[in-house]
Write a protein that binds this ligand. Sequence first.
Ligand code: G1P
Length: 354
Amino acid sequence: MKGLILSGGKGTRLRPITHTSAKQLVPVANTPVLFYGIRAMADAGIDEVGIIIAPETGDEIRTAAGDGSQFGVKITYVVQDEPAGLAHAVLTAEPFLGTDPFVMYLGDNLLQGGIGELKQAFESSAPDALILLTPVPDPEHYGVAELEDGRVVRLAEKPPEPRTNLALVGVYMFTSAIHDAARAIEPSARGELEITDAIQHLVDNGSRVEPHIVNGWWKDTGRLDDMLAANRLILDTIQTRLDGELIESQVDGRVVIEAGARLERAAVRGPAVIGAGAKLTDCYIGPYTAIGDDCVIEHAEVEHSILLAGSSVRNLDGRMESSLLGRNVKIDRGDRQPRAYRFMVGDNSEIGIL
Ligand code: G1P
């Protein structure tokens, strides 16, 4: 069995972060989202992994994931020239996939418990496709499935009036039958070849499509609130490890402090991770916070937030929370007159002030 991870896509719902970086590389608990998918493959014993990349962000993804040796897999990169849909991505990867069965994993998804059990279910009952489903409160934002007698009978992509609350999770198991199905369908209203339509095509032609209901949590990290939720879920699983330098500082709960980080008169209440080279001085870091490498926090309180590498937060009167800062963002109190808010922020930024 091969693995296919989709890491193209524009990440419009995470702008401005995704103006300069691929959404699949935004870190959850200081590890790029994409790496959780690659590890899930490796843990399930899948060692040939194809990664679909877009021309704009592909180089960054190649640099981060490399040849896969850091994960114990062999990675082949496949460039998808245009974001023409998930079924189009499958067709683009056909030369890599050949006639092998494969697991397809959306690179911005996180699935608790990995895919080992699913792979086993797929191999033992040998359907033409196996899809993962989970009940959600807002099915209109996802692909939605309808079941009858334990079989999938109907699928719809983001239906305005969903007939069930069972959302398609971004992990799928396919036989090579999916290639012909992807060739047979027409682009959807949003102009994409939808994988949901290709699976419906399999159903319509009498192929066996089995559902698997996900028991653990699942997160599509496409939006800020989902990123923060994913960060909470992963941070809830960390073990304390204090490799950095602590000077007159207090650490409570489960906290990882990487080597080269320096804390002086800082209080950290976990779960939290502090990246290598971070400098935390006279500050408070509250639960569910991931501070990236080389960040600086001084005279400030930060909680329930994700800070990417190289950012700094200084001299805040109020506590910062539920925030996502990109790389090298600077937040500080200005001392020049007139006393005023001063911003230089990118397109699509959002700022909430006291
Ligand atoms: C895609 C699929 C959708 C699925 C979702 C899961 O949507 O088209 O069927 O439910 O992933 O994350 P997208 O996030 O690309 O809009």
